[in-house]
Write a protein that binds this ligand. Structure first.
Ligand code: G3P
Length: 224
């Protein structure tokens, strides 16, 4: 399973990348807005130079021609850019055209298995079901991942399932069990994957015992 970070914050991206487990980055217009007064294309370039992996950057046009034009510009920014296209009728047409040109795409704002099927047929490289936003409506986000994985397996679609809008480690675990190819998550969720109180307590005890062992050895040698 690939792990992506869902942020445009360079400090978070660098810190996650330093862990050596990061496979890519996803951004969206809201995350770019959070970075304040940055040049969008320069910022995407810097992210691409920071991480050795796919970096999703989203178009904001809503027409086929507009999306394709923005996709061309983003594609020129860096070879690792994956162009994020919204799951609309125009988006499907744009995905098909970009696939024919060999430009990598991530189809975003997916909330149903039928949407995901159309995205795969249009040649999307990634499909991004937003599982947290589905859970927010008291529905089952991971259930959607399961259904998409099943449909893609049934028909051997190459599109990778990228579980997005992840809010906590249980989302990551359940997406992995459901067979998602990628999970993208905020930095704090990535760090939370490490958390376990028994690890902290166990380490504390091992270190205390190690100090006691060293003190005992010193005492034996008459150095205490
Ligand atoms: O990047 C798309 C997705 O991960 C957004 O997540 O938390 O805004 O629903 P969220």
């Amino acid at each position: 399973m690939k792990l992506f970070i869902d942020t445009a914050d360079l400090d978070e991206i660098r810190e996650a990348n330093d862990m050596g487990i990061l496979d890519g980055v996803t951004t969206n217009p809201s995350l770019v807005k959070d970075e304040g007064n940055v040049d969008f294309h320069e910022h995407v370039f810097t992210i691409c130079e920071t991480v050795d992996g796919d970096v999703s950057a989203e178009v904001t046009a809503t027409t086929v021609d507009g999306m394709i034009e923005e996709a061309h510009r983003l594609h020129q920014v860096h070879e690792n850019v994956v162009v994020k296209i919204p799951l609309t009728q125009d988006g499907i047409k744009a995905l098909r055209a970009l696939d024919a040109e060999g430009i990598e795409t991530n189809c975003t704002l997916c909330f149903s298995p039928t949407q995901a099927t159309l995205a795969a047929k249009a040649g999307a490289d990634y499909i991004s079901p937003f599982i947290g936003r589905i859970d927010d409506l008291s529905s089952d986000g991971v259930g959607l991942i399961e259904e998409i994985v099943q449909i893609y397996d049934n028909y051997d679609f190459d599109t990778e399932v990228l579980a997005a809008s992840i809010r906590h480690p249980t989302h990551v675990k359940r997406a992995a069990l459901a067979g998602a190819d990628v999970a993208t998550m905020p930095f704090e969720t990535l760090l939370a994957l490490l958390d376990h109180p028994l690890t902290d307590r166990g380490l504390e005890r091992f270190l205390a015992d190690w100090e006691a062992y060293k003190d005992a050895r010193k005492a034996e040698a008459g150095l205490a």
